[in-house]
Design a protein around this ligand. Structure first.
Ligand code: SF4
Length: 391
């Protein structure tokens, strides 16, 4: 394959792609949390304005390839709300002007609770944002310190109220379990505090020690200790039980929503659909081709109009089939049997995957229900063992 240097060149490898989602990566944060491996940093050079101007240029460069109506926008990072109300509004207006959204497209913006004030909440609502995703992570000061989060737990409630009164109809709260030093009782209090705020959507993830993060280094040096696997499983089981009792439906291993309010953008990822990502480190997928914009703000600002990419991967047929299983089985309703049959019809990995599925069905990790292949309740607890074998 000839060397691919820009996002647009990478997209040319996927002429059949139909981009249904758009992602915008805003790399600025107030503080770098030590477990985080996203491309984000505290900007000491005040480059938010330059970022928005450059993003507009990048949006323009992608327009000829984005002809299919786009159903979802997700603005993540980083902390998009670090842009401040005026730049955030300008950026969202440019996104709306330059990309072809469907009339009822779902727009989500991530926010750090401390950065939400009245002006940010109104800028979001007036720009047409329907969902705001707040990184609460915990309501317990001890656990927030263990995560090196810099927000005050009370700011979550304040942010939720500001967003609601500005007219944002859907609020997601993220929580992290299996934090070093956490007990089941503390986790139960966290879940109760979250439920009391009545979010429309909840993401609850077990803490991951991502390689090369300061947290992983602390783990290696013995400065922090993982909680026991059984304790982590108990925390996961508890949140599943408590959220079901509070009326939430789990639709993915780590995601729950009020009926009908699942995040369409994330579902698009799990369906291995096509989306286009903007901003430094933004990772796109078009019909089996994956590429990532250069993960350095300075290089991204300088390159253009289409940004430099530092990774391009062209998945072969077998790789695509593996990804479809790995992503699709994360959804609670699983994958339609007709789709499974289609994916297993031929190809070098077919027989191996048939065997993996047969074994997992036999030992109760996968099951066929309602014309779908899906993880069982036990399978959800050990999902990685099933999914990694199907890649
Ligand atoms: S606020 Fe979010 S994106 Fe920023 S460093 Fe913390 S976890 Fe990472």
């Amino acid at each position: 394959m000839a060397e691919i240097t820009t996002a647009v060149e990478a997209a040319k490898l996927a002429p059949a792609a139909r981009y249904r989602g758009a992602y915008v990566h805003v790399p600025f944060c107030r503080h770098k949390c030590h477990y985080c491996d996203f491309y984000s940093f505290v900007d000491t050079e005040n480059r938010a304005h330059a970022y928005v101007v450059r993003l507009e240029e990048e949006l323009e460069s992608a327009r000829p390839y984005l002809t299919h109506p786009i159903e979802t926008l997700f603005v993540g990072g980083g902390t998009p709300t670090m842009l401040g109300a005026d730049l955030l509004a300008r950026m969202l207006a440019s996104v709306r002007r330059l990309l072809p959204f469907t009339t009822d497209a779902e727009w989500t913006v991530e926010a750090n609770p401390e950065t939400v004030d009245e002006s940010i909440a109104s800028a979001l609502a007036e720009s047409g944002v329907r969902r705001v995703s707040l990184g609460a992570q915990s309501f317990n000061p001890k656990l927030l310190r263990a995560l090196e989060r810099d927000h005050d737990p009370a700011s979550v409630e304040r942010a939720v109220k500001l967003l609601r009164s500005a007219g944002i109809p859907q609020v997601n709260l993220d929580l992290i379990f299996a934090v070093p030093g956490s007990t089941l009782a503390e986790w139960q209090e966290d879940v109760a505090a979250l439920v009391a705020l009545a979010p429309d959507h909840v993401s609850a993830y077990g803490l991951v020690y991502e390689p090369n993060t300061p947290l992983a280094v602390k783990l290696r040096k013995g400065i922090v200790t993982r909680i026991a696997e059984d304790d982590e499983a108990a925390q996961y089981e508890y949140v599943a039980h408590a959220l079901a009792a509070a009326g939430y439906e789990r639709y993915e291993i780590s995601n729950w929503s009020r009926p009908g309010l699942a995040c369409k953008h994330n579902i698009l990822y799990w369906q291995n659909a096509d989306w286009w990502a903007f901003g430094p480190s933004g990772a796109s997928h078009g019909s089996g081709v994956r590429w990532r914009n250069v993960p350095r703000l300075a290089s991204w600002l300088e390159s253009g109009p289409s940004p430099m990419v530092d990774e391009v991967e062209h998945l072969g047929e077998d790789g695509r089939v593996g990804e479809c299983f790995m992503l699709g089985l994360r959804l609670i309703h699983g994958m339609a049997v007709t789709r499974v049959d289609e994916l297993l019809r031929e190809g070098p990995g077919s027989q191996r995957r048939r065997n993996v599925i047969a074994t997992a069905v036999k030992d109760g990790r996968l099951e066929y229900r309602d014309e779908h292949l899906a993880l069982t309740t036990r399978g959800l607890m050990v999902a990685d063992s099933v999914l990694s074998a199907l890649i």
